[in-house]
Design a protein around this ligand. Structure first.
Ligand SMILES: Nc1ncnc2c1ncn2[C@@H]1O[C@H](COP(=O)(O)OP(=O)(O)OP(=O)(O)O)[C@@H](O)[C@H]1O
Ligand SMILES: [Mg+2]
Length: 366
């Protein structure tokens, strides 16, 4: 057995992963699934902001079984909360294994005491890797078309997931309060980091906060994925997708997932390879896949998209020293500022800024 434990994770994390790994091996042998398991090879360990992920290969005579062990790291030190979120993630994955077979990371086991979840490796590649390869040339038409097809498949996946998990009577007021809070701290931070544009941030923040406060939202909820985004989706072929990372899954309003995905696709256009046109087409395909949205929900969708623009003004990165996270201004902040300027003064420049999906009207790249 080989080991290459990350040097900046705590010994506790490493020993938790070791324990989970040993238990998993016993479990697999006990189930006779890998009765010939000869060895366990750790080929890679990744330290991420909220987790340490270890890739383990179980070998047997004629086959291999690739497993990801995710040890969550509770950012706020709240272990009980982290444990319950991990258990929820495990339950959702187990459930999806039956209801949407092959379309989510295959669940293997959860080790609550160690805060570890074990899933079998997804097929294919991460969706954002399809278009972000570190190059500077524009995407080929074939890659753009593939990305569009995948985006449409993501829309269909999300609709199905939301339909399967409808929760008719949840109270969405807490969610809206949370979103208003998200606006407040981000605007306060933006005002500090970029005083020259403080007025624009304050005005957009105030307008958005009051719109969210007055929003009459239909009380129809579902289970959210929580971070439905290309980096949490694996793709194979033209339209085959598998979704992972349900750690933030909770009851909520379907638009949350929808708008999160759109925001991330627009964020991809900040890289030189993915143009505004790529982004627009991917968003349109995604919405086509998702299908119709009730007209009374379009208002809140519009507001959530404004919130995405405010979020994209800040880039949250890992602090170099001392751990934790820090925020800096997005180097492409001009795109989002011009969008907010149209939001606070919709008539200026004669643009009719508000189609149901104003983010798609962003003149990204100009
Ligand atoms: N079953 C799996 N198959 C393939 N890759 C996986 C699997 N589980 C985890 N990974 C890899 O580990 C990464 C982190 O896992 P996951 O998204 O569940 O944790 P996370 O802490 O929420 O990460 P992030 O904050 O980056 O979203 C994934 O983006 C993926 O690259
Ligand atoms: Mg993830």
């Amino acid at each position: 057995m080989t080991s290459n434990a990350p040097n900046n994770s705590t010994p506790r994390v490493v020993s938790d992963l070791d324990i989970a790994q040993t238990e998993l091996k016993g479990l697999l042998q006990g189930r006779n699934a890998m009765s010939l398991a000869a060895d366990v090879l750790i080929s890679r360990t990744q330290v991420l902001p909220y987790s340490v992920v270890r890739f383990v290969r179980f070998k047997c005579a004629h086959d291999v079984l690739d497993v990801f062990l995710k040890r969550v790291v509770p950012g706020d030190g709240n272990v009980a909360l982290a444990r319950s979120r991990l258990m929820t993630e495990a339950e959702v994955l187990r459930d999806l294994g039956e209801r949407m077979p092959g379309q989510a990371a295959p669940f293997f086991a959860v080790f609550p005491d160690q805060l570890v979840l074990a899933t079998a490796a997804c097929n294919g590649q991460q969706m954002d890797a399809v278009v972000c390869r570190g190059g500077i040339s524009q995407l080929s038409p074939a890659v753009s078309a593939r990305f569009e097809n995948i985006s449409e498949a993501c829309g269909r996946w999300l609709r199905r997931f939301h339909e399967l998990t409808r929760e008719p009577a949840i109270d969405l007021r807490a969610w809206l309060r949370y979103e208003r809070g998200e606006v407040s701290w981000r605007v306060a931070l933006l005002e500090r980091l970029d005083p020259a544009n403080a007025l624009l941030y304050r005005e957009s923040g105030e307008k958005l906060r009051s719109e969210l406060a007055g929003c009459a939202l239909p009380l129809s909820g579902c289970r959210l994925h929580g971070d439905f985004a290309p980096h949490n989706i694996f793709v194979k072929g033209t339209t085959g997708i598998q979704v992972l990372d349900f750690y933030a899954s909770r009851p909520g309003h379907p638009l949350h997932d929808l708008v999160n995905f759109i925001g991330k696709i627009c964020g991809l256009a900040e890289s030189p390879t993915f143009s505004a046109e790529n982004s627009r087409r991917a968003c349109v395909a995604f919405l086509k896949g998702y299908g119709p949205i009730r007209s009374e929900e379009r208002t809140i969708a519009r507001q959530l998209i404004v919130l995405q623009a405010i979020k994209r003004l800040l880039v949250i990165v890992e602090a170099r020293r001392g751990g934790g996270l820090r925020a800096r201004l997005n180097t492409k902040k001009g795109w989002y500022e011009s969008f907010l300027a149209r939001y606070v003064s919709p008539d200026e420049g004669g643009t009719s800024s508000f189609t149901p999906w104003p983010f798609l009207d962003l003149e990204i790249g100009k």
